[in-house]
Design a protein around this ligand. Structure first.
Ligand SMILES: Cc1cc2nc3c(=O)[nH]c(=O)nc-3n(C[C@H](O)[C@H](O)[C@H](O)COP(=O)(O)OP(=O)(O)OC[C@H]3O[C@@H](n4cnc5c(N)ncnc54)[C@H](O)[C@@H]3O)c2cc1C
Length: 278
């Protein structure tokens, strides 16, 4: 691979961490590199469509909208278009790069031609080919708002097997189902977050009440309260609930409250100063 001719995507100067309680350890972040598909790549894809294992199940261009394959994108957008591909090093000591942006169900010899048609990748070797994933899942309409099966009490579902797709979706549903399984076992009132409180509320509500045509992905556009629900205030919205459930300590709640007191104070100063400027 010729990294010198590729575009560079620099990391965030300060990475965002999953938990407000986590502290960035200052570890050096790595660059990603950028290349693009081109007309030649798309010609190779179009000439090989008949070999796509997706053809066996779905008409091309009609499967999951969230993770389309390159062949679906080429069918949709044609030859004269380019698609950005990120090259992510597999690890600090790794020699291999993951190509993000070229999911495919085409066979290995076609993948080799496709990848080598991209700038900077002319001499690369594929060590782990892409592959199509097919799986079965329950209809989430079989679950109630506690993520418990409607007709089998005490059986809870979450994640991909329940009809979602994605890391955060699986984590959010798993947390909710786990909390409720524990509450059910203790004979306590179960947890339902509503749509005004958390994205989890929107996810569970959509998931268990509305028919989905494809595996459910949480998108900000699904949330009618998205101006109010943000990652910077989720801790304030949910701290007391988390403490009541025994998931976070009183000290953690105290730190969250103290942080938001400071935010409110700064907000008041800004409001005051902008009033004076007018
Ligand atoms: C190639 C690929 C790329 C993806 N990229 C992204 C991405 O960039 N962003 C994103 O948000 N999502 C992505 N996803 C989707 C995401 O990975 C899944 O939706 C999510 O991991 C599902 O989590 P889960 O816990 O429900 O299931 P899984 O992560 O599949 O966990 C199920 C676990 O159950 C175990 N298991 C199965 N049967 C048994 C058994 N009988 N006994 C005990 N254990 C068992 C399995 O080994 C597995 O560890 C990607 C998926 C794939 C395949």
């Amino acid at each position: 691979m010729d990294l010198a001719v590729l575009g560079i995507q620099e990391p965030d100067p300060t990475p965002s961490l999953f938990s407000h309680d986590s502290v960035y350890d200052g570890r050096e972040q790595l660059n990603c590199f950028i290349t693009h598909t081109n007309e030649n790549t798309h010609r190779i894809v179009l000439a090989s469509l008949v070999h796509s294992s997706l053809l066996a199940t779905e008409p091309l261009g009609k499967s999951s909208g969230h993770c389309p394959t390159l062949e679906e994108m080429v069918v949709r957008h044609g030859k004269e278009w380019q698609h950005r591909v990120f090259l992510q090093l597999e690890g600090r000591a790794a020699q291999e790069f993951h190509l993000q942006g070229v999911p495919t169900a085409l066979p290995l010899p076609v993948q080799e031609q496709m990848v080598r048609s991209m700038k900077g990748l002319e001499g690369c070797e594929i060590t782990t080919p892409g592959y199509a994933v097919e799986y079965a899942y329950l209809s989430p309409l079989q679950l109630n708002v506690f993520l418990e099966h409607r007709s089998i009490k005490g059986l809870f579902f979450a994640g991909q097997v329940a009809g979602s797709n994605g890391y955060e979706e699986a984590a959010a549903l798993g947390l909710t189902a786990g909390i409720n399984a524990a509450l059910r076992a203790r004979g306590k009132e179960m947890l339902v977050l509503d749509r005004t409180q958390a994205y989890i509320g929107v996810l569970v509500d959509d998931f268990t009440r509305k028919e989905q045509k494809e595996p459910y992905r949480m998108l900000t556009s699904r949330d009618e309260y998205r101006l109010a629900l943000r990652h910077d205030n989720a801790d304030r919205q949910l701290a007391e609930i988390g403490h009541k459930l025994g998931l976070i300590s009183r000290e953690q709640v105290g730190r969250i409250k103290e942080k938001h007191t400071r935010v409110t104070f700064q907000h008041e100063i800004c409001t005051e100063e902008s009033r004076e400027l007018r």
